[in-house]
Design a protein around this ligand. Structure first.
Ligand code: CU
Length: 142
């Protein structure tokens, strides 16, 4: 590899404030679904995520499940909206079933057909201070 290309790649890696360690969008037949992810912050300051968006959804919110075991959203009282998510310095934020999730609304409006297993979905996270990161997550039935 030429040095210029390597330096460009290093620059991209250094500029990325968050790394996606795992993530998926749940495949559902309905109009609403959830996305899960594990994020790592390699920096020495916490990273605050203040918003999210996706081309497959009209609106994305951060939610926290407030009662154990629930992750299917049949009982809306079992989750609450949170304003922001924080990834600690040199640490992880787990957005996983039973804890936090990203709630994606308006799937029918944004997608000509239901989400398919294996389809990739872009999720953009807006960071405090003006930056953003976009990750590609697979649609999975789990
Ligand atoms: Cu929710």
């Amino acid at each position: 590899m030429r040095w210029t290309a390597l330096l460009v790649l290093m620059g991209v890696a250094l500029a990325q404030p968050l790394r996606l360690e795992q993530g998926w969008v749940r495949r559902v037949p309905g109009d609403v679904t959830a996305a899960y992810m594990v994020l790592y912050n390699p920096g020495d300051r916490p990273v605050r995520i203040v918003g999210a968006s996706s081309p497959i959804a009209s609106r994305v919110e951060f939610h926290q499940t407030t009662r154990g075991g629930h992750d299917h959203h049949a009982d809306l009282s079992a989750m609450r909206r949170v304003a922001a998510l924080v990834v600690p310095a040199r640490g992880r934020l787990e957005v996983l079933p039973g804890g936090y999730h990203l709630m994606l609304y308006g799937l029918r409006e944004k997608n000509p057909r239901p989400l398919q297993e294996g389809q990739r979905v872009a999720i953009t996270l807006r960071l405090e201070g003006g930056g953003s990161v976009t990750f590609s997550l697979p649609v999975e039935t789990r």
